[in-house]
Design a binder for this molecule. Structure first.
Ligand code: BGP
Length: 475
């Protein structure tokens, strides 16, 4: 029997992101996003899949929110499409777009579902990309701040939890190192770090702005945290793990929470002759915002194993966009990742490691002592609809084991305020199309066809409903 010490106000949630669910990509005045453009270029996405229609959440949000209410969700974590609100990225507001989010937020509130709203989940307005290269230019910070302030003001009193940027580490790596996401650049390390710097400042300025506009609301970034293990007790492998942690976790989390780069990363930049363009005042902004961040959002899926990497040109593997083939790109000698023989893997070869979630929470707590909101956690699989039912016992097992570890982390002192299952409905997986399903609710659509888009509650839906109703006692 698990020692359930979840607080009574624990935020049981589930999530989505605009591009992955909404569709309606050019309806009601919406501008194009970089994902609209990128996904329309042949060869860029898996089987040419895109979010043009997605799962049509834009038109079916009332049905979806009523399903959330039936499930008993306490929170819905979703993102706003920046170009739906500011078609040109800044300047004129598209009232129809803003009104859509107002209606969605009101619909959530009607059912006492807390809206947790992400400002940026990767769908940058194409207009900003075209005008000056988007995040590569400092002007993007101003545009983001204008957008953020508009939303903070408009939804003041309605939205209590804001996420500045989702998975900054993931999107910058995929956009400027592996070329799998827009703008599709390969191994552009200098730009990768510069873009990250701009995003840190954008995040920090949004934090400062929210505290001025709505002192009652809380804010943090959501970070794709992937904890690691050393391959074994060989000292060089322990060092490889340290290198990995600095370059893949602390590079982001330290800036958000301490307001400064890790010293190891600064040396790394020096050695690789990456010179960051840091404006006067940036340091102060980062430090000030770091004091004001309320929580750390964590997207957790798996762990890594780190091993020494003695060869300078050792290859790092990545997945080819169109074919799904595994390719290699050169990387430095700081570490390499190995397979974990103790863990099972998903249909997409990602390790399943429930205790890694506890480890992530413990590490964050030990290093930063900040409340944690699990903004994403879930299992992507092939699911099968039979007679209107989906028997996803594997998903229930995955979620159950992770929630149990979360309870242990709380019992060990971590201040975890909520947990959001990724995802509420099935949706577009950025790199794997519609066949990779995470939802508690099945959506009848395929990679190449929208089919009926009808919603079906999976077994995991009914299971999660009991978990929420019992505040974690029945698991
Ligand atoms: C996270 C993203 C989500 C979601 C999830 C699953 O990093 O924030 O948007 O996509 O990963 O990823 P995938 O669909 O590639 O399996």
């Amino acid at each position: 029997m698990i020692n359930n010490k979840l607080p009574l106000n624990f935020i049981w949630g589930s999530g989505s992101s605009a591009y992955q669910v909404e569709g309606a990509y050019e309806r009601d005045g919406k501008g194009l996003s970089v994902w609209d453009t990128f996904s329309h270029i042949p060869g860029n996405t898996f089987r040419g899949t895109n979010g043009d229609i997605a799962v049509d959440h834009y038109h079916r949000y009332k049905e979806d929110v009523s399903l959330m209410a039936e499930l008993g969700l306490k929170a819905y974590c979703f993102s706003i499409s920046w170009p739906r609100v500011f078609p040109e990225g800044s300047g004129a507001v598209n009232e129809q777009g803003a009104a859509f989010y107002e209606a969605l937020i009101d619909e959530c509130i009607k059912y006492k579902i807390e809206p947790i709203v992400t400002l940026y989940h990767w769908d940058l307005p194409q207009a900003l990309q075209t005008a000056y290269g988007g995040w590569e230019d400092r002007r993007c910070i101003d545009a983001y701040l204008e957008y953020a302030k508009y939303l903070f003001t408009r939804f003041k009193g309605k939205v209590k939890y804001w996420i500045t940027i989702n998975g900054q580490n993931f999107i910058t790596s995929q956009g400027w190192l592996t070329a799998l996401h827009p703008p599709g650049k390969l191994n552009e390390e200098q730009l990768f770090f510069q873009v990250n710097h701009h995003m840190y400042i954008a995040h920090a300025k949004a934090v400062q702005a929210l505290k001025k506009i709505d002192g009652q609301a809380q804010i943090g970034a959501s970070f794709s945290y992937t904890p690691s293990y050393a391959f074994d007790c060989a000292p060089e492998n322990a060092m490889a793990k340290m290198n990995y942690d600095e370059l893949h976790n602390f590079l982001w989390t330290d800036v958000y929470i301490y307001g400064r780069y890790p010293k190891f990363v600064l040396k790394y930049l020096e050695k690789r002759q990456v010179v960051l363009d840091i404006a006067p005042g940036d340091q102060a902004i980062l430090l000030d915002a770091a004091q004001k961040v309320d929580f750390m959002g964590i997207n957790y899926y798996s762990t890594r194993v780190c091993e020494e990497n003695p060869i300078e040109q050792e290859k790092k593997m990545y997945r080819e966009r169109e074919t799904g083939d595994i390719k290699a790109r050169p990387m430095s000698c700081y570490y390499k990742n190995a397979k974990n023989p103790y863990l099972e893997v998903t249909d997409w070869d990602s390790s399943i490691d429930a205790s890694g979630l506890r480890l992530a929470c413990r590490e964050i707590t030990s290093r930063y002592q900040l409340p944690i909101l699990i903004t994403e956690n879930g299992l992507g699989t092939f699911d099968y609809l039979e007679n209107g039912e989906v028997h996803d016992t594997y998903r229930i097992e995955y979620l159950r084991s992770h929630i149990k570890e979360l309870m242990l982390a709380i019992d060990e002192g971590c201040d975890i305020i909520g947990y959001c299952v990724w995802s509420f409905t099935d949706m577009l997986s950025w790199l794997n199309g519609y066949q990779k399903r995470y939802g508690l609710v099945y959506v009848d659509r395929a990679d190449q066809s929208e089919l009926t888009l009808q919603r079906y509650k999976k077994d995991s839906f009914y299971w999660y409903k009991k978990v929420i109703a019992s505040n974690g006692d029945v698991i």
